[in-house]
Design a protein around this ligand. Structure first.
Ligand code: DAH
Length: 349
């Protein structure tokens, strides 16, 4: 065989091999190994006439050298690329700044709710909750709300119509609704627990009304309930004034005024002097005072509806609007911001 043919074949083949060590080794074996084509060719030299032997021998050794060189070159290339690959994978710059993962924060409503829960827990109240979808019975009837009360109107309450009973919906005895306040939790709790008890129940409520800076279709309340023997207005006053001082600070000025809610008798309202204008009257408060906690002594009819004897037990209840407290605390002027999900707003807390 002609040495130049072997050379051409070997060069063609190596130019087509990928930079893979195994391929290169196979190539070496095929041409330069013990039984390789070049090696075998060199062995045939001894049978050649002397003059040809010298000439062809020289040529063949030259080819062997060239092929070896090429192989070495390819091997160093291969090593380099392996090094680059592994170093770019494994190289760690321990001085480089870390990658910060974005951190969330608590919603202002959650922050204030937690703070209020802690204050009441320190006074022996436990925290409970109830469903946001309620029945007419828990939301109104059991709370002594008369059948013709305007709150029961479709314009104040989101009624839930179940698909299968739409036609005779009006005749249904216990219609479903989105609770309009957290007061039904009082009833649920009293029905399943024996007095004495102290609870608060934070949660979301819904009303069917036009939205503006101070009204939204959803809002939060915290309901409170304390029942025991010999509970009087003095206890109500003591607990809620203590709460106000813990929440707003010792210098807060409060005032009481009578009010009406069907589920309490007497009904009251706790007001605080506006923190923004210090009682001088401003756009937030109107007359210098802000109503913060509607409350009262639990109505005997409510006790009757849960099976407590009103002669044996007394208690007070309250229900404060959480959103209002959040807005006052953080000076937020539009309730809708609380429900917007706008990260520019939420990231401030
Ligand atoms: N549920 C009332 C409302 O949404 C607030 C309220 C008033 C709750 C007096 C009470 C209470 O527990 O005693 O307007």
């Amino acid at each position: 065989m002609d040495i130049n043919l072997i050379k051409k074949e070997a060069l063609d083949e190596i130019s087509q091999t990928t930079n893979d060590l195994k391929d290169l080794e196979r190539w070496f074996k095929k041409y330069l190994g013990k039984k390789g084509k070049i090696t075998l060719f060199l062995r045939t030299l001894k049978d050649m006439p002397n003059d040809k032997k010298i000439l062809v021998g020289k040529e063949a050794n030259e080819v062997k050298k060239i092929l070896n060189k090429i192989l070495e070159k390819r091997k160093t290339q291969l090593n380099k690329s392996i090094q680059v690959k592994t170093s770019s994978k494994e190289w760690i710059d321990v001085t480089a700044p870390g990658i910060l993962s974005p951190q969330g924060s608590h919603h202002p409503i959650s922050l204030v709710r937690q703070e209020i829960e802690e204050i009441f827990q320190s006074m022996g109240f436990s925290v409970t909750d109830g469903p946001e979808i309620e029945t007419e019975y828990y939301n109104f009837d059991a709370l002594n709300v008369p059948k013709d009360h305007p709150a029961r109107d479709v314009w104040d309450t989101f009624w839930i119509k179940e698909k299968n009973n739409i036609s005779d919906y009006k005749k249904l005895k216990n219609k479903l609704l989105l609770r309009t306040h957290t007061s039904p939790v009082q009833i649920r709790h009293m029905k399943t627990h024996n007095p004495p008890l102290r609870i608060i129940a934070p949660g979301r409520c819904f009303r069917h009304e036009a939205t503006d800076a101070s009204h939204d279709v959803q809002f939060h309340q915290i309901e409170g309930l304390m029942i025991d023997k010999n509970i009087s207005l003095a206890n109500l006053k003591g607990v809620l004034e203590h709460f106000m001082k813990r929440f707003y600070g010792k210098n807060i000025v409060t005032r009481w005024q009578p009010s009406y809610f069907p589920f309490v008798e007497p009904g009251l309202e706790l007001l605080m002097k506006c923190d923004i204008c210090k009682g001088e009257k401003c756009s937030t408060c109107g007359d210098g005072w802000i109503e913060v906690i509607p409350c009262g002594m639990i109505h005997p009819n409510v006790f009757k509806s849960v099976g407590y004897n009103p002669k044996n037990w007394q208690g007070f209840a309250f229900g404060m609007g959480l959103d209002r407290l959040v807005m006052m605390k953080y000076r937020i002027n539009d309730i809708r911001l609380l429900y917007s999900g706008d990260l520019r707003f939420l990231k401030q807390f």
